[in-house]
Write a protein that binds this ligand. Structure first.
Ligand code: NAD
Ligand code: DAU
Length: 349
């Protein structure tokens, strides 16, 4: 079947992996990447697919309702995979307004454009909203987030994502819009902007810069290789049940400080330094405000109903990731020039 799929945020970290997968796997689909190219969006991430016939890029702010509606018309959009967002928790603490604007109002603008363009004809249509496990709040030492866990967001970022999830469900309940939501745990891999823990720390180890560990480093995150997230989205898009929610996670929990020590050892070894010698760079800093203690996803629904499982063991995924950042120094230099330095000084100094 031919499809015209609008991917929002396709120039970002997860979006670029998803666009690459869809463009290469489905030559008959037309993949339209709508991205406003904020600091986190980078067309360099898509160099290898930008000339493909089944790929188009349109620079557009998802909050610009008029322009978004025009894109639906121009490209005859029948499916939306919505990833565009402000995605970094620390930035949301500094500037909550832009998170409400992009994540809530931007999602609303897309929902309304889809509703208006599809105009009640929902055959073979889907609005797929990509969300996060952070909407569920924080776990103690025990338990996992399931699809039935109550929402309990704590940061402006997670509150804005929770709000967008509610709007998506409201459009299903009120207008019958065919929707799917997935909530995923922390992703890692290539092309991630180095404000996030893993690429930030790899870059700082390379450059012998302090490694700012929030609090005591005891917070726990459940890490998933980004290509496995993209595979899960592809599967859910094609086989998921309309109206349903799917949790995506790797059953791969790490205490921050343990993860950091593994990364240090591996980067040291690859750089020919004494293994573990960069632990001297670890610097405990003031904790993130409202820092959630533990996230852990139960993705058994996705496994039992659709047969999805992570393809990579963490050991292999993190090795690949570290090597990618070491081999792509130009990419790192490009994204860390300019305004990145101002951000860094503001957050860490
Ligand atoms: P990212 O910050 O790397 O990319 C976000 C993209 O959205 C960028 O390309 C940016 O230019 C674009 N964008 C931002 N504002 C826009 C606007 N107003 N209009 C159009 N485009 C805009 O984010 P990511 O880590 O790839 O996350 C993608 C999605 O997945 C987000 O919705 C996020 O909440 C969700 N998510 C992320 C993770 C993770 O670990 N990174 C985990 C679960 C869910
Ligand atoms: O769980 C999914 C979420 O994962 C996504 O929805 C978000 O978009 C994504 O940014 C990520 O959020 P986190 O806040 O968990 O990721 P981050 O990489 O910012 O931080 C991971 C952990 O490391 C967290 O406990 C905070 C800690 N940390 C982070 C940074 C940047 C530090 O100790 N020092 C740091 O400098």
């Amino acid at each position: 079947m031919k499809r015209n799929i609008l991917v929002t945020g396709g120039a970002g970290f997860i979006g670029s992996h998803l666009v690459r997968l869809l463009v290469n796997k489905y030559p008959k689909y037309h993949i339209i990447n709508m991205d406003f190219l904020t600091y986190a969006g980078n067309l360099e991430n898509l160099k290898d697919v930008e000339h493909k016939e089944n790929y188009s890029f349109t620079k557009c702010d998802i909050c610009d309702f008029k322009k978004v509606k025009q894109v639906f018309l121009d490209y005859k959009i029948d499916s939306v995979i919505h990833l565009a967002a402000e995605s970094h928790v620390d930035r949301s603490i500094e500037d909550p307004f832009s998170f409400a604007q992009t994540n809530v109002m931007g999602t609303l603008s897309l929902l309304q454009a889809a509703k208006s363009y599809w105009n009640g004809n929902f055959n073979n249509k889907v609005f797929y909203h990509v969300s996060t496990d952070e909407v569920y709040g924080s776990l103690g030492d025990e338990g996992l987030f399931t699809e039935n866990t109550n929402y309990d967001p704590h940061s402006p970022y997670s509150a804005s994502k929770a709000s967008s999830d509610h709007f998506v469900r409201a459009y299903s309940d009120t207008y019958g819009l065919p929707i799917i939501i997935s909530n995923c745990s922390n992703n890692y891999g290539s092309f991630q902007f180095p404000e996030k823990l893993i690429p930030l720390f790899i870059n700082n180890i390379i450059n012998n810069k302090p490694l700012p560990v929030y609090g005591k480093g005891e917070n726990v995150r459940d890490w998933l290789f980004v290509k496995d997230h993209a595979r899960a989205i592809d599967l859910i898009l094609h086989k998921g049940k309309l109206g349903d929610t799917y949790n995506i996670g790797g059953f791969n929990e790490w205490k921050n400080i343990d993860l950091i020590k593994v990364i240090i050892k591996k980067v040291d070894r690859i750089l020919g330094r004494e293994e573990g010698s960069s632990e001297k760079l670890i610097t405990y800093v003031t904790d993130r405000a409202g820092h959630d203690l533990r996230y852990a996803i139960d993705s058994s629904k996705l496994k039992n109903e659709l047969g999805w499982e992570p393809s990579l063991q963490f050991e292999e995924g993190i090795e690949k990731t570290i090597k990618w950042y070491l081999d792509n120094k130009d990419w790192m230099d490009n994204v860390t020039s300019g305004e990145y330095q101002d951000y860094y000084n503001k957050i860490y100094n």
